[in-house]
Write a protein that binds this ligand. Structure first.
Ligand SMILES: *[C@@H]1O[C@H](CO)[C@@H](O)[C@H](O)[C@H]1NC(C)=O
Ligand SMILES: *[C@@H]1O[C@H](CO)[C@@H](O)[C@H](O)[C@H]1NC(C)=O
Ligand SMILES: *[C@@H]1O[C@H](CO)[C@@H](O)[C@H](O)[C@H]1NC(C)=O
Ligand SMILES: *[C@@H]1O[C@H](CO)[C@@H](O)[C@H](O)[C@H]1NC(C)=O
Ligand SMILES: *[C@@H]1O[C@H](CO)[C@@H](O)[C@H](O)[C@H]1NC(C)=O
Ligand SMILES: *[C@@H]1O[C@H](CO)[C@@H](O)[C@H](O)[C@H]1NC(C)=O
Ligand SMILES: *[C@@H]1O[C@H](CO)[C@@H](O)[C@H](O)[C@H]1NC(C)=O
Ligand SMILES: *[C@@H]1O[C@H](CO)[C@@H](O)[C@H](O)[C@H]1NC(C)=O
Ligand SMILES: *[C@@H]1O[C@H](CO)[C@@H](O)[C@H](O)[C@H]1NC(C)=O
Length: 552
């Protein structure tokens, strides 16, 4: 009973069955041929004691209606019964309640109606019931309390929608046994309509139908909106290392019991970092929408914050919903670093190359000096001389002291200071030996050929001393791989008059120009010129090189 009263709280009745004092003349309806039991509206007044007499009268009659149970119209348990009602029963009835000291009376109006043509109900005689969409709703078959069987067994209720049975086959509809109601899960707008319930009432061995028709109204309520993440939406955001980020997750819904929460690395964010301090909030929005949110501050983004996805969860209808956000370092900056790194690398290589270009000779010489002792003796190549020196012999017509250079300065530096072993044509050769055969042999025994050039072609002793055969011979040697070092004693602008082989050598190896004087004073092996020469000379184990600055 209690639960029935609770359910009745949901009802808006077109028919004010229990409207009590509010109605002056209270209306009652009954389908023709069906039984009905009418209670006197004043009976609910609490002032009445159990010790009272109730009397029913037909309008205008002083004769109380009988309490004889077999009569079609009778009074039983204070109720006025019509079993069943006929069309002629329509009209006014009075009930009078008489206690010891006071009495009260009410008039009720009974309307006995017929069903609409072809329908199981009358469109004007309906109970209106309202349910919210997307929610659980119920349809109640009202006012059946008085129609218990004589055995006090709850009667079976049959249900119809638009006068057709079978709608209960939809799993969303569940009969609420004992409550004369139907539960509807996930109410949709399509559920609106005319529902009729019918039960069979047996009285005095006769069966009667008792039916009610409810007009179900489905209200589409924003309150029942499914919860949705506003933010995040499985997205990635770029944040700078060390920057401040407010991590906010919010969910919009029609209910206010959602509690979203953050998780990272399979734990709460506050466990991940105690400075985060997650905070829950909830705020109402227009149209009955509630936004539930949770947020925390990352006051300084750390590297570990880039490593995990931050998951925001909430539970709705025992289901977990998840959306995540991932922090990433800004892409442009990475690109920037890469480009910057690339540029500086290229720049570094460039600078290194320039430095190498400028200091190549010094580096190679330093390397030879510092590293060679440790590299061990070079395998002997079977050669005697480090260089074979060819120079134009001084003639009266020549202004150049090529003799001094070749016979004094060159040996002073390369032989005495640097420890090279030179074959100088015109110094080491024995007079009378055949020039060609000596040159041939000595060049083969040398690792380099040093050719000293002067600008005046007339001075060329090479041409003078050596025949075409001589030149052809050392051309061949050049092709054998012997390196040639050209030393210009003065800038030579024009090589056109030089022999072909000299032109070739100049083109292939270039020339080193002497810039010093021709005095016989000591020349330092560490001047630029001599460094260049030494660079082109074969590397040499340390020997007499210790005396770089020996005085003459
Ligand atoms: C009710 O009616 C009975 C007899 O009809 C009478 O004896 C009794 O006193 C009445 N009670 C009251 C409260 O009027
Ligand atoms: C009720 O009774 C009064 C007086 O007897 C009469 O005038 C009136 O018409 C009746 N009303 C109905 C609806 O029967
Ligand atoms: C009835 O009225 C009398 C006097 O008016 C009063 O004393 C008595 O208590 C009343 N009885 C009830 C049951 O109200
Ligand atoms: C309910 O019945 C009324 C007639 O009383 C009808 O006009 C209406 O269309 C019905 N509702 C539905 C949903 O069929
Ligand atoms: C109600 O709807 C939800 C979501 O659409 C579904 O999971 C659930 O099974 C439905 N309930 C019934 C009884 O159909
Ligand atoms: C009750 O109603 C049903 C369906 O309308 C009908 O088949 C049956 O005969 C009725 N019973 C009585 C006793 O009127
Ligand atoms: C939800 O969170 C986002 C991201 O922080 C924020 O921009 C938005 O204003 C929030 N929405 C509401 C209604 O609080
Ligand atoms: C998070 O940072 C905002 C400023 O962006 C500040 O107003 C708020 O108080 C901070 N919250 C916490 C818990 O530190
Ligand atoms: C977001 O990711 C979570 C878990 O990775 C997943 O369950 C969810 O369906 C995703 N949501 C969307 C809109 O892709």
């Amino acid at each position: 009973m209690t639960s029935t009263f609770l359910l009745i709280g949901h009802l808006i009745l077109l028919i004010p069955l229990f409207s009590a004092e509010e109605c002056i003349v209270c209306d009652y309806f009954v389908l023709v041929g069906e039984p009905t039991a009418i209670s006197c509206p004043v009976i609910t007044l609490p002032a009445l004691h159990s010790d009272y007499n109730m009397t029913w009268y037909k309008n205008g009659s002083n004769t109380p209606i009988t309490t004889e149970k077999h009569a079609r119209i009778h009074v039983r348990k204070g109720l006025l019964w019509f079993i069943p009602a006929t069309l002629e029963d329509s009209g006014l009835y009075e009930c009078e309640v008489r206690g010891l000291n006071r009495s009260n009376q009410k008039t009720i109006n009974l309307k006995v109606f017929k069903n609409d043509n072809g329908l199981c109900f009358n469109g004007k005689m309906k109970y209106e019931q309202v349910v919210n969409s997307a929610n659980i709703g119920n349809i109640i078959c009202p006012d059946l309390e008085n129609f218990k069987d004589e055995d006090n067994v709850k009667p079976e209720v049959h249900w119809y929608k638009e006068c057709k049975p079978g709608f209960l086959e939809d799993k969303r509809f569940v009969l609420a046994e004992g409550e004369n109601a139907v539960l509807i899960h996930n109410v949709s707008v399509q559920d609106k309509g005319n529902y009729t319930c019918r039960m069979v009432y047996t009285y005095m061995g006769k069966q009667y139908n008792v039916s009610r028709t409810m007009s179900l109204v489905v209200k589409e309520s924003p309150l029942q909106m499914r919860p949705e993440f506003i933010y995040p939406k499985n997205n990635t955001i770029e944040v700078e290392l060390g920057s401040h980020v407010v991590m906010e997750c919010n969910v919009s819904s029609g209910i206010n019991s959602l509690i979203p929460y953050w998780e990272v690395n399979d734990g709460y964010v506050d466990d991940f970092d105690s400075t985060y301090r997650e905070q829950f909030y909830e705020k109402g929005m227009p149209h009955g929408i509630t936004v539930a949110g949770t947020k925390f501050n990352i006051s300084k983004v750390k590297v570990k914050d880039y490593a995990y996805k931050f998951f925001c969860h909430f539970i709705y209808e025992s289901q977990q919903f998840t959306s995540y956000i991932k922090l990433e370092p800004p892409a442009q900056n990475i690109q920037g670093y890469l480009i910057g790194g690339g540029v500086s690398l290229v720049f570094l290589v460039f600078v290194t190359l320039i430095i190498y270009k400028i200091f190549k000779i010094d580096i190679v010489l330093w390397y030879r000096n510092s590293c060679h002792p440790f590299l061990g003796e070079k395998a002997s190549d079977g050669k005697i001389y480090d260089a074979y020196v060819l120079y134009p012999k001084n003639r009266e017509s020549c202004l150049y002291s090529s003799d001094i250079f070749a016979l004094k300065i060159l040996p002073e530096v390369l032989e005495r200071q640097c420890g090279y072993n030179l074959f100088i044509f015109g110094r080491n050769d024995l007079p009378g030996e055949a020039v060609i055969s000596i040159a041939d042999e000595k060049i083969r025994q040398s690792r380099r050929v040093i050719v000293i050039l002067v600008p005046e072609p007339s001075c060329y002793s090479i041409l003078e001393d050596a025949s075409e055969k001589h030149l052809a011979m050392y051309n061949a040697l050049i092709q054998d791989g012997i390196k040639v070092i050209l030393i210009e004693l003065e800038k030579i602008h024009d090589y056109t008059n030089m022999p072909e082989s000299i032109k070739y050598i100049k083109q292939k190896y270039g020339a080193i120009r002497w810039k010093g004087d021709f005095s016989e004073r000591s020349h330092s092996a560490s001047t630029r010129f001599w460094k260049k020469v030494r660079y082109h000379m074969p590397s040499r184990k340390r020997g007499s090189s210790s005396g770089f600055h020996l005085l003459p």
